[in-house]
Ligand binder design. Structure first.
Ligand code: ASP
Length: 292
């Protein structure tokens, strides 16, 4: 039984296969490869893009999707996570897509070996489908290989599962990853660390901007996010005419993470990431439900 807890669950060959399948799904709408499959989504945290992207991906491939809303489920009556999961597994779905605030949850559920588990974001540790869609977007943009390309991750890196999954995948793919953040947002890491974007902007091919993960902060880290924005918001003045690909996993805090003007700029690929998210998730579902 294959799960997706983090991207290291996939071999290099499987990652190449995912990029290949996503590209061909984008070029041509595929057949209903998963017409006899049924997926359950179990999201204990809010989601706009990831949940709907999984649903669209599943339905584009002909699969059915059932959503369980934990805020209206027996989790509210005190049922444990493991029991809720075991009960869903008893209905014999072909996979369960899980989002949870605890880093360990997807692995814990995968270890029960009762259904393939697909991690749709867990704590501050892993968001593998986001990492894979970001990789797909970069591979597409650079026309093939991302090896040797330099990316600056800017923002609340310490609390971001997009950053942690992304760092593991991008370094594995041979990218140079630079971390740009104020002290409050900087993780313990061996990667090069910078306080000022100006110090690295001339050497990067990609900037990934991140939202302050307020829901994960135990105390207020900035009194005023305008101060943060004055140094880290990606604006046209900062970007000038440099040929840099600008990514953000969403939701974007406008004029804190990225300015209104830069969001309209063709170098900003936020909506391309969302579009590509569907194709990469189609490829992931195919791999987990059909090819494994
Ligand atoms: N949507 C992403 C996540 O679930 C990024 C974010 O929320 O800032 O981690």
């Amino acid at each position: 039984m294959q799960h997706l807890v983090d991207t290291n669950d996939f071999s290099d060959t499987q990652i190449a296969q995912l990029l290949h399948d996503a590209k061909s799904f984008k070029a041509q709408r595929p057949q209903q490869l998963l017409h006899d499959k049924l997926l359950i989504t179990l999201f204990f945290e809010a989601s706009t893009r990831t949940r709907s992207s999984f649903e669209v991906a599943a339905k584009r491939l002909g699969a059915s999707v059932v959503h369980l809303d934990p805020s209206r489920s027996s989790a509210k009556k005190g049922e444990s996570l493991e029991d809720t999961f075991a009960n869903l597994c008893a209905m014999e779905p072909d996979g369960i897509i899980v989002r949870h605030s605890e880093n360990a949850t997807p692995k814990l559920l995968a270890d029960m070996q009762t259904s393939p588990v697909i991690n749709a974001g867990a704590g501050n540790y892993a968001h593998p489908t986001q990492a894979l869609l970001d990789l797909f977007t970069m591979v597409e943009h650079f026309g093939g290989d991302v090896k040797g390309k330099t990316i600056a991750i800017v923002g609340d890196i310490v609390s971001s599962r997009v950053a942690s999954s992304g760092i593991r995948l991008m370094t594995r793919m041979g990218m140079n990853v630079l971390l740009v953040a104020p002290e409050q947002f900087m993780p313990n890491s061996d990667l090069p660390q910078y306080k000022n974007l100006e110090d690295v902007i001339d050497k990067v091919d990609v900037i990934m901007s991140l939202r302050a993960q307020l829901e994960r902060h135990e105390k207020e880290l900035f009194e005023d996010y305008a101060d943060y924005a004055s140094q880290y918001c990606i604006t046209k003045e900062r970007m000038r005419n440099r040929d840099i690909l600008l990514l953000h996993p969403g939701p974007v805090m406008r004029n804190i993470d990225i300015s209104d003007e830069m969001l309209e700029d063709p170098r900003c690929k936020v909506l391309t990431q969302v579009k590509n998210g569907v194709f990469i998730r189609m490829a992931i579902l195919k791999l987990l439900l059909l090819d494994s």
